[in-house]
Design a protein. Structure first.
Length: 294
């Protein structure tokens, strides 16, 4: 009896945290799922009594052109960010391996501070950096001879706003991915690199033949996590541009919020959110299953 109690004790200790986490994760998901199948607008929010709408919300959503435009923009947004994040993080991780101890600790500390910066604070700083009249970016570009950027309004042009948001999200994401990949690089035996150099392998060849195969699953994990994080990115976009100008930065999470907040179509907004979850699950499930098997 005592041995059985001892074996159950670790599970009892983590049970409150697991239960709390499950409630915080599952309850909103289940609630959004239910609302997406109901007729739920301002009246139902105030007085209750939402009626069942079946698949009407999803049919309305899929029949509209705006949803497909937002979906395409979200795919482009996710692809650009994830490619840049993984590429830059790989370069930073490889650099960390080669730096001396003092420089490596300094760079890792800078990465950790960038990663720990609150999202809203970092977004506000980027607003100041790209401000049209007093922003540091415009001042620097004009100083370098690009006079066309004198007083340039970054947030009045859709492409420019999109680019600023990409820079912001990549800056926030690279530290986590770089430190994760660096940790993986430290587990590769140095003998493998020495053998590859003796055989005459160049830097790119060693990376493709040694590093990438050894860390294939870690790269897949980092890419999967970044896809999830970038696709559901909301506060940066909302604080910086609120999905504008002219919807140029409206992704699926922003679209769901705007539909629910502006139109008071909480049912339609929940449907957008659920479709986002389904699309992410479909895009990542095969990759995650392969990682679990291996």
């Amino acid at each position: 009896m005592r041995e059985r109690t001892t074996s159950l004790w670790p599970y009892l200790l983590i049970a409150p945290a697991v239960a709390g986490g499950a409630f915080l994760l599952l309850y909103p998901l289940l609630k959004a799922t239910v609302i997406s199948f109901q007729h739920f607008r301002m009246g139902e929010l105030i007085r209750g009594g939402a009626t069942l709408a079946g698949l009407d919300n999803y049919a309305e959503l899929l029949a509209g052109e705006e949803f497909w435009r937002v979906l395409g923009r979200t795919a482009v947004w996710t692809a650009i960010n994830v490619v840049l994040i993984v590429t830059l993080s790989t370069g930073v991780a490889l650099m960390l391996v080669r730096l001396r101890r003092g420089l490596r600790l300094a760079l890792m500390s800078a990465l950790a501070l960038a990663w720990a910066t609150p999202i809203i604070a970092a977004t506000t700083v980027f607003q100041w950096l790209f401000q049209s009249e007093l922003g540091v970016v415009n001042w620097l570009l004009v100083t370098l001879g690009f006079d066309s950027f004198r007083g340039y309004t970054w947030f009045a042009d859709g492409t420019a706003t999109f680019a600023v948001l990409v820079i912001l999200v990549v800056w926030q994401s690279v530290p986590f991915a770089a430190l994760t990949l660096y940790a993986g690089l430290t587990t590769i035996p140095s003998e493998l690199y020495e053998s590859a150099r003796i055989d005459g392998g160049s830097g790119p060849q060693i990376f493709m033949k040694v590093t990438l195969p050894m860390l294939r699953q870690l790269f897949a994990l980092v890419a999967s996590l970044e896809v999830i994080w970038v696709a559901k990115c909301f506060p940066q976009i909302w604080v910086l541009s609120q999905g504008g100008p002219d919807g140029a930065t409206t992704t699926l999470p922003v679209y769901a919020f705007k539909v629910a907040r502006v139109l008071h179509r909480y049912d339609l907004g929940s449907a957008v959110a659920m479709l986002t979850v389904v699309l992410l699950a479909v895009a990542l499930v095969s990759n995650l299953r392969r990682m679990v098997r291996q």
